[in-house]
Design a binder for this molecule. Sequence first.
Ligand SMILES: [Zn+2]
Length: 665
Amino acid sequence: MYSSSRQSVGAFIFALGVLASSIAAAAPSNVRIIPANRARFLTGQKFDIRVEGRGSGPFFASIAIDGMPVEFTSGRQGTDETDGITSPGYGGFNLRGYANDDAGIHTISATFSDADGTVSSEASFEILDLSGAQPAAKNIIILLGDGMGVAHRTAARLVKFGATDGQPNGYLAMDRFPGTGLVTTHSLNSIVTDSAPGMACYSTGNHSNNGQEGVYPANMTNPFYQPRVEYMAEYLHRTRGASLGLVTSADVEDATPAANAVHTGNRNAGTGVCDQYLDESDSEGSSKYGTGLAVLMGGGRRWFLPAGQFGSSRAAATDYDSLPEDLVNAWHLPSSGKIDPQRDLIQDFIDRGFTYADSATTLSKIGSPDKLLGLFGYGNMNVAFDKLAKRRGAQPGRDTFVVDEYHAPDQPLLEEMTDVALQVLRKNSRGFVLMVEGAHIDKQSHLMDADRVIDETIEFDNAVAVAKQFADNAGNTLVVVLADHECSGFSLIGALTGGIDHLRKLAPDNKTLDPATQPERQRVIGTYDTAAFPRYNILDDGYPETFDIDGKILIGYGANGDRYEGWLMKPLPIVDSLLPDDIKAELRSVGYKDQPYQREESAFGYFIRGQAAGRDNAVHTASDIPVSAYSTGQEGQPNDWYKQFYGVQTNTDVFFKLMRAALGG
Ligand SMILES: [Zn+2]
């Protein structure tokens, strides 16, 4: 039986320190201590501390932890340049690679001075000791349905199984996980997060600003210099020798995979992000440091090809240069970062012991190498809807295949990637962390393409089933299904009335902004009783034969952008934003559109004015997301690590619950 405190790490973690500033006349402004007040860490988990402020130099600063003065590792007192990497107009002082083994609340006291005065600040942090004598989970598997809210799960369940007389006819694999609760999704600077801090909350236990992963916000000249916090994978690799696996249907540079392994304040710095995957996978001369990256699979070949080759996106502007000396020393990093757009990163992975797969066919024959790099597209991989079209030999509404036009004709499904990843990772007797992302649940929700969203959610759930099967076979494994945030305010309005052929015959209608005119297309939406129980024909591959059925489920978006909506399947996806420019240009030339509101030439659309400020896309929402957990102990027997996830919890709580299982606390 678990105690109530075990069920909610957050319950016994509370704020003690209050940021207190005493201000002298004409003092520096924006003085702050990093990490933010009330941050939480594991015993021994490393993080960087920084004191910075705005003003006119020369700058001075001091820092004490629990009243004991501590030396900064960088920051020259009494100069304008201080650490040499702080934004102009600011002074900055760093203490890199700090860690504390004493559980409890600690206080950081700092002073910051410029030519005009001094500001004193205080912030608290808490150290949690989650180790113990309980059995420890050897393997942690995080399945991250990007943007997946409750309604995405409901839609996938209803399409795949249907419902009769008020009862679902079946359940998704994730529905069957017993440890279900809700998770808040806020970032450090907003109620609405993006995927970078959304994932990093789970992998570090700390909040960051939007767009930032594995670092804290700071006024610095380079996003790769920002103060770091240790990832779960780094911690478990350093303390235990665990491996890391990252599997995604996105470009591997994308925020969700990177927020498990790469430290940067700019999620879009793709050249540097992908370089860091390899450069910091294992520090030279020691296997104790780095992420232990052993599997990296997804799209994103563009970041691995030397600049100038077809499909390459490598560029100096998105690369990272050599890192500050105190950062390198404190974190035991290789000092090999350099601006090298001509780098052949695939070859460098191979030289470091990775086997490379570039297609589903290669992957299916690869066995279980020690390390695996799989790049199956130039940018984001294609969605299940379009991958399945190629496998079935028919693209709805087209006589060419979308995957061919994306230059990625032979892509694996997410469960196929997950299965191979687990075969590789299980070879490490010290365990692993595996993150599997269903990326397009989010991306297609942004683009308000419901049929592609739902196929993608079914694909993601198939990967959940593979992970559960592994947990049953291998034992000692905790599997959690999460989302980083909800996307689009996805909602099931009801179902089509009047039949799909009636819908196909409706004329386009662009007069719908006149409130006096009800568009015909609105009258076909069955709500309440007239929605009834839609039934899709599911083929042997586990996906609907078509989404265009009589009684089709109709999806609306509470956080929508502008779009043309005809409720019918869309033959072409919107041009994926994470593609190399070469391929984007080709797609446009054969009729692909860049934004949902540009679909006006497609038949049967009617215009819907969105509510989000950026009209291009639907946006993330501040909603809580569901978490579902499953765990097995010795010999694959049921185990109750999953019970920690009952109730409502914050996103950073999830990290500590995962680590409690990993550390036997
Ligand atoms: Zn998103």
